[in-house]
Each structure stands twice: as structure tokens, then as C-alpha cells.
Design a protein around this ligand. Structure first.
Ligand code: NI
Length: 264
């Protein structure tokens, strides 16, 4: 599977599971916009069978190169981002939950989930799009989420794109990220306001905003429950002093963006 094919599959699953994505696309296209993906984000546990490095393998085989590294101590996450020499391909941001840092109960629960991983799952090119390979009951989801919203989300959805990101620079009818936010709010979307609607400033070289994940129906062992699914992110990048567009990420921005999937 090529990186392009993997990205296409991740996009198809993401759009199918999250109706807000198609709606935003349709609204932007109706204004004549052509949407460029800035980056996608994936989540995982730092278990050696499926950790960040393992999840990155299909992208590395597809020509992606490791770039920045990020730490989120309070959320017990670390992350890396990857770029492709073909700049028409989105950057890939992969984070992982540090299992040594969570409670013993959460660690044991996650270990039980991971027992259901297929053999040699780390060699599969489709691992990032595998979905949820384990069974999960509602109480376990609630318990994990109470300790770590990230862990609960990952337990419920498994391996898939957590979000795609519209590159605001490529939009022609919005002069600013604020203008896009105002448009989306006017269309009825709820945006993540943690740390303000816009995270980052032009002098940081990156401004980001995101929708709040809308609720999607998820099947658990003991019934179906509507929980926060995926969200859509919007990023505007600025050129540095040398004139090159900033291509990395900012941990303080990402820290708040993670909260777009929190239960409210
Ligand atoms: Ni992002």
C-alpha cells in the first residue's frame, strides 16, 4: 500500500464516520474553495507492538521523513511529525500515550485491550487505518476517559485518523483564520475554545483552530453509545525570516487542540 493509498483510506473512513467533515467540505466547495490538507493526526499507545515508531513505519516506507518531536507532560503524551518530500502530501503528526505514566489500573486495562491485537500487526501497512481491534464495554471506556480523555478516545476508536486539517493559506475567500472561524460558527459548528478560538499567533508562525468533535454512535460490548468522534482542524502557516513557510507544530497549540475530543 502506498502512502497515497493509505491516506486515501484514512480520509474515507474519517469522512464516513464524521458527518461534520462532509458538511464543512461542501460549504467550502460551494464558495469555490479547493481544499488542501495540511496534516493528519494519529493516536496510539506506546506499547512496543503499536507505538509511535511502529505506526510511522508505513509512512516511512512511503517516503516520509521524521522531523519535529513534542512532549505533553500533563497529558502524558509524546509526539513526532513526519513530512514527505512531495509537499502536496500532508504532514503526519503521530502521538502516543506514555503507559509508564498512567495509573496501574489504566495500564492493566490497556494491556487487556492490546491482547486482542492481531499477530504481527506492526508489519501491516494498513495498521494506521485498522480501526478498533479489541472489544470494549461502556464502563471501561468511561473509566479510562475519566483518567485520560485521550486514552478513552483511543480505546473507543482504535487506529484511524483523529483529524485532518484544512490549510487556510490555500483558501481564497477567507482573509484570516478568524474569518473562517466566524463563518463556521455562523453555519452552526461548535469550535474548540480551550486557550481561545485561535491557538498561536502570526509571530509563532502557526495559527490553528478546530471544531469540537461531534458525537457519533459507537458500538460497545454492552450497547451503543454516542461519544465524541473526530474533529476538523484549520491551520494558517506563516513564513519565517528566511521566507520559508513554517512546517512544524507548536506544543502549546497542540496541547489545547487535543481537547477537541473531550467529553462535555
Ligand atoms: Ni492537528
Amino acid at each position: 500500500m502506498t502512502a497515497q493509498a493509505l491516506l486515501k483510506r484514512l480520509w474515507g473512513d474519517y469522512e464516513a464516520q464524521n458527518p461534520q467533515v462532509s458538511r464543512i467540505h461542501a460549504l467550502l466547495e460551494a464558495r469555490g474553495e479547493r481544499i488542501v490538507n495540511d496534516h493528519i493526526a494519529l493516536r496510539t499507545f506506546d506499547d512496543p507492538r503499536v507505538d509511535l515508531e511502529v505506526l510511522a513505519r508505513p509512512f516511512l516506507r512511503g517516503g516520509y521523513v521524521a522531523k519535529g518531536e513534542y512532549e505533553f507532560r500533563e497529558k502524558k503524551l509524546s509526539a513526532k511529525h513526519f513530512e514527505h518530500p512531495d509537499e502536496s502530501l500532508p504532514k503526519v503528526f503521530i502521538s502516543e500515550l506514555e503507559l509508564h505514566a498512567v495509573s496501574e489500573d489504566a495500564r492493566a486495562t490497556i494491556a487487556t485491550l492490546l491482547e486482542a491485537l492481531p499477530a504481527n500487526v506492526g508489519e501491516r501497512d494498513d495498521l494506521p487505518a485498522l480501526g478498533r481491534p479489541w472489544r470494549l464495554d461502556i464502563a471501561t471506556y468511561e473509566r479510562l476517559s475519566a483518567e485520560s480523555e485521550y486514552a478513552g478516545w483511543l480505546a473507543a476508536f482504535g487506529f484511524c485518523a483523529n483529524h485532518f486539517t484544512v490549510l487556510v493559506n490555500a483558501l481564497t475567500s477567507f482573509p484570516s483564520l478568524e474569518a473562517l472561524n466566524t463563518f463556521l460558527i455562523g453555519e452552526g459548528f461548535e469550535l474548540n475554545s480551550a486557550g481561545g478560538l485561535v491557538k498561536g499567533t502570526p509571530s509563532d508562525l502557526l495559527e490553528q483552530s478546530s471544531t469540537l468533535a461531534s458525537r457519533v454512535a459507537v458500538e460497545f460490548n454492552d450497547g451503543t453509545r454516542e461519544i465524541p468522534g473526530c474533529y476538523y482542524e484549520f491551520a494558517r502557516r506563516y513564513a519565517d525570516a528566511s521566507g520559508r513557510l513554517f512546517s512544524a507544530f507548536l506544543a502549546p497549540n497542540a496541547d489545547k487542540i487535543f481537547e477537541s475530543t473531550d467529553r462535555r
